[in-house]
Design a protein around this ligand. Sequence first.
Ligand code: F6P
Length: 361
Amino acid sequence: MAHNIKRIGVLTGGGDAPGLNAVIRAVVKAAHSAGVECVGLEDSFDGLIFPDRSRVLGLKDVTGILRIGGTILGTTNRGNPFVYPIDTVDGPVDYSQRCIDNFWKMGLDALVVIGGDGTLTLAYELFRRGIPMVGVPKTIDNDIAETSMTFGFDTAVDFATGAIDRLHTTAESHHRVMVAEVMGRYAGWIALYAGIGGGADVVLIPEIPFRFENVAERLLERERYGARFSIVVVAEGAHEVTGGLAIVEAGTPDKAERLGGMGEHVSREIERLTGKESRHVVLGHLQRGGAPLAYDRVLATRFGSFAVELLLGGQFGMMTALHSPDIVAVPLETVVGQTRNVPVNGDVVRTARSVGICFGD
Ligand code: F6P
């Protein structure tokens, strides 16, 4: 059934991921084909809080952006409209009603919100308060519920795998243990996939708490059979059975906590327990940068195009999702507040174990 959608807004929120521009392009093109005008909102919900931070996106604006990383709209993970961080004596302010009022004042009929769990949770709240919207899941972490893949993940894994390949040659030359810390927040998808793809010896993920004795034993065992180097991949959210997370900066009401440092800690402990020389490297934001790989471009384009289809069909409050091989719509209420973790007894972990990867458990 056709709904009266004539003008839609599109925004990108949270950390960037390769493929955001591909979604924006698909949304603009699909909307244009349906005679719908598209308005780009800058820096997540800022474009609704401050309407001058928005612009109409025509075909010309999205020409050539398919292959470009980042987002032409800008993004932030500090723009929660419910606790907006501005300097007032009373602290952050609640701009949610202002977003809703501006949405209608700007003549918008619906929104496409491209984001991770944080941004989609905010969007869902606005939906519950009457804003017609559809969500598109984004994150390199691949941890969004109800979709078997998010765009950006494949590109991040490819980068991490390439880095591990490079670490192999230097590790082997120096008979060292090389430790690579990868992103992923509280999920171990990037570490697990890059670990398998790069042929790591040890992979430490949040879902499987580890013991240093087990890690050291695995590395010494390799030494005994003549492999004098090893590769260890550490998810930033990995932790010991008895230990906590490595946190760089505590979270605040408007900002998630920042993880980091576990790679260095693991490297130091490996040296202490094995007597082997070890070095660590943090792949960090390099995993989020650069051009999206073809897989992510295609997935992002399918999500963007389907999001417009859902809006035109009046299917609001939904999120586009991959239920391989199909793109489907899932209710946002089943997604928000959830994290899709690596199943510890799933086939990917079992595969890793079968090729000798140690999880330190
Ligand atoms: O969620 C994506 C992600 O890159 C995580 O893997 C990482 O923990 C976090 O964002 C880093 O956030 P920031 O860009 O604020 O440092």
